[in-house]
Design a protein around this ligand. Structure first.
Ligand code: GLC
Length: 635
């Protein structure tokens, strides 16, 4: 039975035009093996709004499942599922509009109007789900009036909404009315949408997030080719654009056009996209209480595809994920190839989310086990080997090298000369301050402080409770360096002179203290806020939000700031950058309602520490006794 017959036979009413038609330049995915499912490029000319389908929550049970994905390690076999979610993408007729490539942005005409009544008071009674999965009643926004800056931020955020077949599906990266060369900033980036999604969810508006999750899921299933080679199945695009294509008789249709890195500057792989997608899916369930979305077969398949891609065996020696440079928020060459902390922290968060969301049954028990083992090994590795404070740096400074043995102290053969003078000056005296380094490879420790990775280590409990507290202590202690005039530095310190030449390849956008090379990114504010709330230090976040609030509106919501202390709007910074706006709004909302915030982070999982003991003991590692693993909690 082919997919179309299958859909036709299902109990659900699915209009014939509701067939997946992501705008790909190539053939259908290899995992949709049935050649008759060649709906692309199909030419249906009228648009049916899928979201109005009363049955849109229903799961179609595959009656003719074909195994497509077997992970050696996890032995996961997932059925080929063609559900209505993968059919959400519909064509549309847009008569009387001759603008090809037009993006349907929210202009007040074709989007759900803002429910002002709800915004003013209803939230206080809204139920949210806390970190333990229990329902709690939110604090609400009573008594807290949104100020003029917030009002403008909301207006701009709503104005950046992109619609597809009249339904909101995401927000474009930047919408500066004066910018005539938006490059790809007019696209919906997966990572950029996360703070927008949270802002909407926290406001009680979930439709856009649900649509985003389902439409990007569709895009995942399509194969992309870069120089005659296809990236692994399960990869999520970095971004997508809604394009309008002409049909006959002045009619138009809309298509989703994903970019998997094949058009991106530097052809960078969007490794973080799938991880963010999983994290957002969990947040959607926690905040709305609608778990039916994550339980759908197609969504379950999507989670497993991403997990399988990340868990696949390679040449790795470590539990960390091996990636190329520029595979995350820093999407240009910055010397973060290998095992960058940002990817590891997101990987850990995504695995924890997956473990919570994957439905337990016979076919999923192997992948759940693989995920648990990887989580244990990953946290052990990061806590042990990425952590530095004054004491540890002193140890490294006195390391013996060239130790050939399984119980070497200097396992990675780090030459003490790598401990640069800036680090020795910079690291605080106190043992209550420390951080996770940016990257670890054979004979290489990247001692730069990368903010996103450290914040997500706190949020996800990748670090121990003590380490997490120590990271915040360090940020407080080094406030002028890491926050300065605008929260927060993407990394510290900047690469200068020959390092800049060699490591960035003389990138004129990444000059010292600019952009990814030590620039200050206000979007990091929401993740800082979440980390502070988790560690019981909201006042630190409030201080940073107050600082940002003083400037963001006046400066027209820049993407990033330059100089050592973030005093200047970035040299090539976009204005009206959506994740700056959304990050600010999300921070505000989290501070106003910390109980909701608790549904977005993870506490220490003692079970994982126990698993760590078993896994590593079996491997015969002396160091990993039960006591050693338990002591991690106390480090
Ligand atoms: C820049 C950032 C990247 C972001 C994109 C869109 O390339 O480095 O993280 O997703 O802009 O805002």
């Amino acid at each position: 039975m082919n997919a179309i017959t299958f859909l036709g036979n299902s109990t659900m009413m699915i209009p014939s035009q509701c067939i997946l038609r992501a705008f790909t330049r190539i053939s259908p995915s290899k995992y949709i093996r049935d050649p008759s499912f060649r709906s692309y490029p199909s030419r249906f000319s009228s648009c049916v709004n899928q979201n109005k389908n009363p049955d849109s929550n229903r799961i179609i049970k595959p009656t003719n499942a074909v195994p497509f994905c077997t992970d050696k390690q996890s032995s996961v076999t997932t059925a080929q599922v063609v559900s209505e979610a993968r059919s959400l993408s519909a064509s549309t007729t847009c008569a009387n509009d001759s603008t090809v490539d037009r993006i349907y942005t929210k202009n007040g005409l074709n989007v759900k109007p803002l429910d002002l009544k709800k915004l003013k008071g209803d939230e206080k009674d809204e139920e949210v789900i806390n970190g333990d999965g229990k329902r709690v009643v939110g604090d609400g926004y009573e008594g807290i009036k949104s100020n003029e800056t917030e009002e403008e931020a909301w207006r701009l955020l709503r104005d950046s909404v992109v619609t597809y077949c009249d339904s909101p599906v995401g927000t474009m990266a930047a919408k500066d009315p004066t910018d005539t060369m938006p490059s790809n900033y007019d696209q919906v980036f997966i990572r950029d949408f996360v703070p927008s999604a949270l802002a909407f969810l926290l406001k009680g508006e979930s439709e856009i997030v649900r649509n985003f999750l389902l439409h990007t899921l569709q895009l995942q299933s399509w194969e992309k080719t870069v120089d005659c080679y296809s990236p692994g199945q399960g990869l999520m695009p970095a971004s997508f654009k809604v394009r309008t294509l002409p049909l006959e008789e002045e009619k138009f249709e809309e298509v989703l056009d994903p970019d998997f890195g094949e058009a991106a500057i530097g052809r960078v792989a969007p490794v973080d996209s799938g991880l963010w997608w999983i994290i957002l899916l969990r947040a959607y369930g926690k905040i709305t209480g609608d778990y039916s979305l994550q339980e759908r077969i197609d969504v379950q398949t999507g989670i497993k595809m991403i997990a399988n891609l990340c868990l696949a065996d390679g040449f790795d020696m470590f539990p960390t994920l091996l990636v190329t440079d520029g595979s995350c928020m820093i999407d240009r060459r910055m010397g973060i190839h290998g095992h960058p902390l940002e990817i590891q922290a997101l990987f850990y968060s995504a695995l924890r989310s997956s473990r919570e969301m994957i439905t337990v049954n016979d076919s999923s028990k192997n992948i759940i086990k693989t995920i648990s083992n990887r989580l244990s090994a990953l946290s052990f590795h990061i806590r042990e080997n990425y952590w530095v404070d004054k004491k540890k740096i002193n140890e490294i400074y006195r390391y013996k090298t060239e130790e050939y043995s399984t119980d070497a102290t200097n396992k990675f053969n780090i030459y003490p000369e790598q401990v640069s003078p800036w680090l020795m000056d910079w690291v605080p005296e106190s043992s209550d301050c420390g951080f996770l380094i940016g990257n670890l490879q054979p004979a290489h420790m990247d001692f730069r402080f990368f903010t996103l990775g450290n914040l997500w280590s706190i949020i996800s409990s990748l670090g121990t409770p003590k380490q997490n507290q120590a990271i915040l202590n360090l940020i407080e202690e080094k406030w002028d360096d890491l926050v300065g005039h605008m929260p927060l530095k993407i990394c510290y310190p900047a690469l200068e002179s020959s390092e800049w030449h060699i490591i960035t390849g003389s990138d004129p956008k990444n000059t010292p203290w600019s952009y990814h090379n030590g620039g200050s990114w206000p979007t990091l504010l929401w993740q800082f806020t979440l980390a502070c709330i988790k560690m019981g230090r909201p006042e630190l976040a409030e201080k940073a939000v107050t600082l940002a609030e003083k400037r963001l509106q006046a400066d027209r919501w820049p993407e990033y700031y330059d100089t050592r202390n973030g005093k200047f709007i970035g040299k090539q910074s976009r204005l009206y950058q959506t994740w700056t706006i959304a990050g600010f709004l999300t921070s505000k909302q989290l501070l106003q309602n910390p109980k909701i915030a608790s549904s977005l982070f993870w506490e220490e999982d003692l079970e994982l520490l126990e698993t760590c003991v078993c896994v590593l003991t079996k491997a015969g590692r002396k160091k990993c006794s039960r006591a050693a693993a338990k002591s991690q909690i106390l480090i």
